[in-house]
Write a protein that binds this ligand. Structure first.
Ligand code: TXA
Ligand code: MG
Length: 323
């Protein structure tokens, strides 16, 4: 039973999904697997439900949420699609691409979701559990990553449980997530497309159809375009160093590829074969595993700056940023 001392962790079968849908309809919070990371879901049309997300995450309320919908048709009821937006949605949805679009004024979405902005971030998740839930609920669901604000995103139901203890009505367990990093966030509200957050769909893929795109720089707190791009984010408790020269006493190593330097207290290899997609899928679980007080810090081997490697480096830079 939910609402007692323990969060209900349920296998994401038909019954579990039906129950999660009822909890969402009644304004509760449910953690849901997507192809990227687990999301902390609530009805997007209920200010009360959305306020619970901000409270549970400890998230500043100037940082808006992504609205999840079951398809392009539903999305078009909430946001205005240019031809370019429509083409991108058709090419990449369901999938790890979030589009920031002009919000339809009459769309029933709580202002808390958009943090009062005239834009709306929206995507269709590529995960059978998330999609079945969206069909069952029949309305859009707001869902940030299911971690406490500023911490490492969750890629398993266990991670979510460790973050929130008994604060959620229910966690739907759909196993480890496939992509392992959040969706790419692309702002299409201006003249030119702006990449707000690198993620599951690579910059190269987007540029193949759009030509060169602008990239937002992190930590411009005044910029209403990228309210969520705080430099310190994805932060484990231990200090993170983006270099693996001269191991420090007691330091753990986040490795990549076959040639692993010696002298570290512990090694977690993101991909012994040097495959970026595999490394992305393992990144957040690795940061959690190495974030153990028996180590003095986490050193990181170089990651190639291409493809999803750019998203990995973005997360690691934020994990290493001054707090
Ligand atoms: O993969 C994902 O996108 C996951 C899964 C659960 O879907 N969700 C996720 O949500 O990563 P969250 O809240 O952790 O990150 C959403 C990002 C934030 O950086 C936020 O600032 C940005 O999207 N965002 C949301 N609405 C926006 C808007 N209207 N304009 C600009 N950025 C926006
Ligand atoms: Mg997040």
């Amino acid at each position: 039973m939910s609402g007692k001392n323990v969060t209900e962790v349920r296998l994401a079968d038909a019954e579990g999904i039906a129950r999660a849908a009822r909890i969402l309809e009644s304004g509760g919070l449910v953690a849901v697997p997507t192809e990227t990371v687990y999301g902390l879901a609530a009805r997007a049309d209920s200010a009360e439900a959305v306020a619970r997300i901000y409270a549970a995450k400890g998230r500043p309320d100037f940082n808006p949420l992504i609205v999840h919908v079951r398809g392009l048709e539903q999305a078009a009821q909430y946001a205005e699609f240019s031809l370019m937006a429509r083409a991108l949605a058709e090419a990449h949805w369901p999938g790890p691409l979030t589009l920031v679009l002009p919000r339809r004024k009459e769309a029933p979405v709580s202002d808390l979701v958009t943090a009062g902005l005239p834009s709306l971030a929206i995507r269709v998740p590529d995960h059978p559990v998330a999609l079945q839930l969206l069909y069952a609920v029949g309305r859009p669901v707001a869902a940030p990553s299911a971690n406490r604000s500023g911490k490492v995103s969750p890629t398993t139901a266990e991670h979510v449980e460790a973050e929130f203890g008994n604060r959620l009505a229910m966690i739907l367990d759909g196993g480890p997530t496939r992509v392992g990093l959040e969706s790419t966030v692309l702002d299409l509200t201006g003249e030119r497309a702006v990449l707000l957050r690198p993620g599951g769909i690579t910059r190269e893929t987007l540029e193949a159809s759009l030509g060169e795109i602008d990239v937002a720089t992190p930590d411009q707190p005044d910029s209403p375009k990228s309210p969520g791009m705080l430099l310190s984010h994805y932060a484990p408790r231990l200090p993170v160093r983006l270099t693996c020269d001269d191991p420090q006493p007691g330091e753990a190593l986040l490795a990549f590829g076959p040639d692993v330097p010696e002298g570290f207290a512990e090694v977690f290899n993101l991909s012994p074969t040097g495959t970026l997609v595999e490394a992305a899928a393992n990144l957040f679980a690795a940061l959690r595993a190495l974030d153990n007080p028996e180590f003095s810090g986490i050193a990181v081997m170089p990651i190639p700056p291409q493809g999803i490697g750019l998203a990995i480096l973005d997360r690691l830079r934020r994990a290493a940023a001054p707090r």
